[in-house]
Design a protein around this ligand. Structure first.
Ligand SMILES: [Zn+2]
Length: 180
């Protein structure tokens, strides 16, 4: 099994020729920009991903490396309704075409519908997984049902209890009432 370090130094040329998908995982803590987004339980979370390389022909018939990449993580974000932690399932599923250099990526990016990456003998797959998960984070994470809803009703109950406390003057009036 590949280690986290080898995910960070992937030879794209060799990987594209492998036919089996690479099943990988990494502790969330090792993806620091993503871990920063979590409000708790970083040490307990694992990022899972699956990468599949392939060679496809470009319009001129030349073989070009491609990468299909899926990733997912459970991460605790801040609920935008009640500000308590909410566990969100974040995932992505994308395809990328590799180009030889930054220059050709820039040159082709304008008229290409495809997502381009620059090929490398030491490609950082984990960094790409991290980038994609960061982009896939929900803009406004919310609980389906906020635990705060329960707190609010508890506050209401307290409030009612307070207002139901007999007022001292009523008690005084009771004392003045002759016993029957
Ligand atoms: Zn909430």
């Amino acid at each position: 099994m590949a280690t986290s370090t080898s995910y960070r130094k992937l030879s794209i040329a060799a990987f594209a020729l492998e036919t089996a998908p690479l099943q990988g995982q990494s502790p969330l803590a090792q993806l620091p920009r993503l871990a920063d987004e979590a409000v708790q339980a970083v040490a307990e979370r694992t990022v899972h991903f699956q990468a599949l390389g392939s060679m496809r022909s470009d319009s001129a018939g030349a073989p070009v490396p491609w990468l299909q990449l899926k990733g997912q993580v459970e991460i605790d974000l801040v609920c935008q309704r009640c500000l308590e932690p909410v566990t969100s399932q974040v995932q992505f599923d994308r395809e990328f075409r590799f180009v030889e250099s930054e220059e050709s990526a820039l040159a082709q990016d304008e008229d290409s519908e495809e997502d381009l990456l620059v090929s490398s003998p030491q490609f950082d797959l984990l960094e790409l997984v991290e980038d994609e998960l960061l982009m896939a984070l929900p803009v406004s994470p919310k609980h389906d049902k906020c635990p705060g809803d329960l707190k609010l009703s508890a506050v209401d109950a307290d409030f009612e209890a307070t207002s139901e406390r007999p007022n001292p003057f009523a008690k005084l009036a009771q004392l003045k009432t002759p016993k029957s």
